[in-house]
Write a protein that binds this ligand. Structure first.
Ligand code: GDP
Ligand code: MN
Length: 403
């Protein structure tokens, strides 16, 4: 999934006929000062995570001095691991009520699901726990789409009537169209603000799209934060680089995640086998510096690019390649990519531990490539557990006892 920052998602929402506040993105305090000169404003840290209000990252300046000072304060903050580089200045709404709308995919039902409540603003998870009756839910048949009468019934079930019912039905209908149009995984509006002058406005929006559908979404160009599904922290430079390695060729997939404090480059493949290998390595005292899972038979260039990336980290003092056995990966292709990277970086497996345990398609060819390069290679003659121990032992042989 790729996330879209708030100002971009609001642009898309507004373009498709739903009200949003006017907004500006600033990077300096004085820019906010110039805006508050004309209108009341709200300042929000522009980061791809929610719950900014609670984190003190939504501010309501009253004066020009406050606007400047509070913008500067926000720009010094880190919100839920994300440094604030930009601030969203928004026209302040006079909010009467805060409602909530989310549209997402129910993976069990395999259908879009709409959830709404007139108790928005707060943590929806708490409301779902304490007062589930205040949330109305509607599954949408993806082939049939959604009919206005269904949306009307949804809001009616929460006691909404009259003109507001008519208007909020129209708003939700458009939000669903937006969700569908941009191949969203999630579109959450919290709050959907009912203003004192009777408007219904998207005051905050979270939008996440299916990044494998971007090829048909030219409107979203430049708006999607690549790799942002790992949203508990920003991607590191090397992680971004590895996304490029992965995207450069459509064949095979690879995910690279850096781990602080490790010294073993870890390459794995095959879902559950990868996790078991990782656990086995740590259980025997190995410290992985990353988690790189490949699948779908990546070509030599991709394996080479990944290996080079993994080894480019100074702290990495060994390489462990651990695949499960019932795997469609071509072992000779993996071998060619890994050895190409080792050669290019002039890494000698005699003094730098490299242990491989994988078997499957073309494994005899693979074994030869590895062994010719002095790499310790095992096939199915040893278990995942034993292989992990071999890697840790190699590290000990070369570097002495690992704490
Ligand atoms: P979040 O905490 O990351 O979800 O950020 P929001 O943009 O939702 O802001 C948090 C809260 O600030 C909202 O639930 C509102 O209560 C309040 N808020 C945000 N924008 C406005 C505004 O324009 N006017 C008023 N009165 N309150 C606002
Ligand atoms: Mn919000």
């Amino acid at each position: 999934m790729g996330k879209i920052l708030e100002h971009f998602s609001k642009k898309l929402i507004r373009k498709n006929g739903v009200n949003t506040p006017d907004n500006w993105v600033v990077e300096r305090g004085y820019e906010a000062r110039n805006i508050i000169f004309n209108k009341n404003i709200v300042l929000k840290a522009l980061v791809p995570v929610g719950k900014r209000g609670k984190a003190g990252a939504v501010k309501f300046p009253e004066t020009a001095e406050e606007a400047e000072q509070q913008t500067e304060e926000l720009l010094k903050m880190t919100v839920h691991n994300f440094p604030v580089n930009q601030v969203l200045v928004e026209e302040k709404l006079n909010i009467k009520e805060e409602w909530y709308v989310s549209i997402s995919i129910d993976s069990q039902e395999q259908k879009p699901v709409i959830m709404v409540t007139t108790y928005g603003g707060m943590d929806i998870e708490d409301l779902a726990k304490d007062h589930p009756e205040k949330i109305a839910t509607l599954h949408v048949d993806p082939f049939d789409g959604i009919h206005p009468f269904q949306i009307k019934e949804l809001w009616s079930s929460l006691g909404v009537t009259g003109k507001v019912l008519v208007r909020v039905t129209e708003v939700l209908s458009k939000l669903y169209d937006i969700f569908w149009k941009y191949d969203c995984f999630i579109l959450e509006v919290n709050p959907l603000a009912l203003t004192k002058d009777g408007n219904i406005v998207v005051a905050d929006s979270v939008m996440g799209v299916d990044d494998t559908a971007l090829y048909r979404q030219s409107e979203l160009a430049g708006m999607v934060e690549v790799g942002s599904e790992r949203s508990w922290r920003p991607l590191t430079e090397l992680e971004k680089q590895m996304i490029e390695v992965n995207d450069a060729d459509y064949r095979g997939t690879a995910r690279y995640t850096e781990i602080e404090g490790g010294d073993i480059g870890f390459m794995c493949g095959g879902g559950g086998g990868s996790l078991v290998s990782f656990d086995a390595l740590t259980r025997h005292g190995g410290k992985p510096a990353n988690y790189t899972e490949t699948g779908g038979n990546p070509p030599v260039e991709k394996v080479y690019g990944l290996t080079k990336g993994i080894l480019s980290k100074e702290e990495v003092k060994g390489l462990y390649v651990a695949h499960n056995i019932s795997n469609n990966t071509q072992i000779d292709v993996m071998a060619a990519g890994i050895i190409k990277a080792l050669n290019e970086l002039k890494i000698d497996p005699v003094t730098f531990p490299v242990v491989v345990r994988e078997a499957g398609v073309n494994d005899e060819k693979g074994r030869k490539i590895f062994e010719d390069a002095n790499v310790t290679y095992y096939g199915e003659e040893i278990t995942i557990e034993q292989a992990a121990l071999k890697m840790v032992k190699r590290m000990e042989e070369v570097y002495g006892w690992q704490s």
